[in-house]
Design a protein around this ligand. Structure first.
Ligand code: FAD
Ligand code: GLY
Length: 414
């Protein structure tokens, strides 16, 4: 069965988090009666993990915030992700990405406590560590040669006998592995919904099903948005619409390109009899990742298909992913297939996200283009955008490298 994204575990989620119980404003009544009453200091466009994390951060600082989502919370790329917080394993070429990834992973652990105290919701966030295994000394050498991040990564080398002792379920022929104990993973839809729910509990308003968003700007800057449900005024607009951010920016003449990179994944489940073969930590190999989740499933990913926007899942991709996964974790061959899905990563020309103010239009901010790491970078993106809305500059925060204008300055888009 092919679905848009993985289902989330009933057993780890408080029932208040179920989508159909998600608190929504009565759109049709409120907006058709008095559209002019809709005002917020800040409007966020997009209810993926990035938009919801920003809403959470702004609301926690007492800011007045309204989030509009064209469909449902967590219906875009955020519902397709594996949920790995792979700060030490991803090998970021840019030092700011490496630092942001590390800080965001740690911030997510703090948010877990805050969210849990506020809502009682469980994010399925766990710090079980990741294993990067190698078939041979030659493979290990090649890996070391091409890795950008040589310092600051917290890792241990496990030789063959340590691997065999610590990971009984891993291929017995494994030459050795890096073990990165701080790496964590989360249920991405649970995280996104929990951010939205917590933001609401702190006073944010979340509107789903808001279509045809048009940005309203004049010579003074941002004035608000026009939508199929009415007009809404604000001082700040944050575009957190993932892959669709580019189109929204186009409306006001801002060019911030983003391109799709499709990823396919699948889930398997081990029965009680097969439990001995089930991984208890994420395997982050060069050819595949295998992520045991808090809902009892094991997620396997992912392909990377630039330029593809469709959500089909090919038999060939499944064969490749399952072949690689069952090499590392042989027990996967016996596990039950649950489902497969595809999602679209929002990439940018230089691989860095757009996070910051758009020069030339006062009050307009970009927060999209997080490519392979939007779940990981959600917490820090929320913090930085909130800092900027409160008046800090990108320079003060130290994130000029993510500035939306950087490609123009470098002449990439001239
Ligand atoms: P989205 O989740 O796409 O949210 C954007 C939202 O904006 C959508 O809900 C959309 O409906 C809404 N929207 C769009 N246009 C409008 C409009 N005009 N008006 C109103 N709303 C609008 N990241 C990790 O950190 N770890 C992982 O392990 C990981 N694994 C991945 C595996 C796969 C297969 C894929 C595809 C991605 C993975 N990612 C992972 C990347 C991650 O999913 C993305 O970086 C992240 O979800 C982007 O979040 P977002 O909020 O920017 O975008
Ligand atoms: N970060 C994992 C992926 O995008 O596939």
């Amino acid at each position: 069965m092919v679905q848009r994204g993985p289902s989330q575990p009933e057993e780890v989620i408080d029932s208040s988090c179920e989508q159909d119980k998600f608190k929504r404003l009565p759109l049709s009544e409120t907006l058709t009666k008095k559209p002019e009453t809709f005002h917020a200091e800040t409007i966020i466009v997009g209810g993926g993990v990035i938009g919801c994390a920003i809403a959470f951060e702004l609301a926690s600082r007492g800011q007045e915030v309204l989030l509009v989502e064209q469909s449902e919370i967590a219906s875009g790329a955020s519902c397709a992700a594996a949920g790995m917080l792979a700060a030490d394993s991803e090998d970021f070429a840019h030092p700011l990405m490496a630092q942001a990834a590390y800080d965001s992973r740690e911030l997510l652990h703090k948010h877990k406590e805050q969210i849990s105290a506020l809502t009682g919701m469980d994010l399925g966030l766990r710090r079980n560590g990741f294993i990067t295994p190698f078939r041979s000394y030659g493979d290990l050498s090649k890996y070391k040669d091409k890795r950008n991040t040589t310092s600051g990564v917290q890792q241990l080398w496990w030789d063959r006998s340590t691997v065999q002792r610590e990971a009984l379920w891993l291929n017995r022929d494994t030459y050795g592995a890096y073990y990165r104990s701080l790496e964590s993973e989360v249920l991405p839809v649970s995280l996104t919904r929990a951010y939205a729910r917590s933001a609401e509990m702190m006073g944010a308003r979340i509107l789903e099903g808001v279509q045809d968003v048009q940005l309203i700007v004049d010579k003074h800057g941002v004035q608000g948005i026009k939508t199929a449900k009415g007009e809404m005024c604000c001082k700040h607009i944050i575009i957190a619409a993932g892959l669709h951010g580019e189109q929204l920016m186009h409306q006001v003449g801002v060019v911030l390109p983003s391109s799709p990179v499709k990823g396919e994944m699948l889930a398997v489940r081990f029965t009680t009899d097969q439990a001995g073969g089930r991984p208890d930590r994420t395997v982050y190999a060069e050819d595949v990742y295998i992520v045991p989740k808090a809902n009892g499933e094991v997620w396997i990913g992912a392909t990377s298909l630039p330029g593809r926007k469709d959500h089909s899942v090919s038999a060939n991709s499944m064969q490749r992913l399952l072949g690689a996964a069952s090499y590392w974790v042989p027990g996967i061959k016996e596990a039950d297939f649950v489902r497969a899905w595809a999602g679209i990563r929002p990439s940018t020309p230089d691989g860095l996200p757009y996070i910051g103010k758009c020069e030339g239009i006062s009050g307009l901010y970009a927060a999209y283009g997080h490519f392979r790491n939007g779940i990981l970078l959600s917490a820090i993106t929320g913090r930085w955008i909130a800092d900027m809305v409160e008046g800090k500059s990108a320079e003060e925060i130290g994130i000029e490298a993510f500035s939306p204008e950087r490609l123009n300055r470098k002449g990439v888009m001239s």
